[in-house]
Design a protein around this ligand. Structure first.
Ligand SMILES: [Fe+2]
Length: 162
């Protein structure tokens, strides 16, 4: 899948849809592109991680609350006012920073010991660092040095999704 093609139409991005509920963020096309791309890639990370968890003899919690409670990062609740794009970006940049710390930790634990898990964690880390840099730049923290994704998503993790 490519970034910025599915649900962003101009200045509007549908971020959640369940029954009659629908959340919509209005922002610049560039910000929406970053939000959509990071969202797609974070889902790719989950899909790449699950097989490795089972390969190692683990399992996902059967209860979503248990899953939530063992997460390495706090939940990234969006602000009630979805017109406040700056607040949304602040939540997301902190979530990406937590992900960078978590995958750095996994890399440190597995380097030289579990090559397959290390390769996966490092691939995810590359993409999480880019997500953090996009949101940081949108917040005006300075140029990130990383361009928004052009073309296919997950350039580092895609090899685990085949
Ligand atoms: Fe991310």
């Amino acid at each position: 899948m490519t970034c910025c093609d599915a649900r962003a139409d101009g200045l509007r991005l549908v971020i959640g849809r369940a029954g009659s509920f629908q959340a919509v963020i209005y922002a610049s096309p560039r910000v929406l592109c970053g939000l959509q791309c990071a969202s797609i890639e974070d889902r790719n990370h989950f899909e790449a991680l699950v097989p490795r968890i089972y390969e190692l003899g683990g399992a996902l919690p059967r209860d979503m609350k248990d899953f939530h409670d063992i997460s390495g990062c706090p939940p990234a609740y969006l602000p009630k006012d979805l017109s406040d794009v700056r607040k949304i970006l602040q939540v997301l940049v902190e979530a990406e920073r937590c992900a960078v710390r978590a995958y750095t930790h996994i890399c440190n634990l597995t380097a030289g010991k579990d090559h397959r898990t290390y390769d996966l964690a490092l691939s995810i880390l590359h993409e999480e660092i880019e997500h953090e840099s996009w949101f940081s730049e949108f917040l005006g923290e300075g140029p990130s040095g990383h361009f928004l994704r052009r073309g296919e998503t997950s350039p580092f993790v895609s090899k685990f999704l085949k």
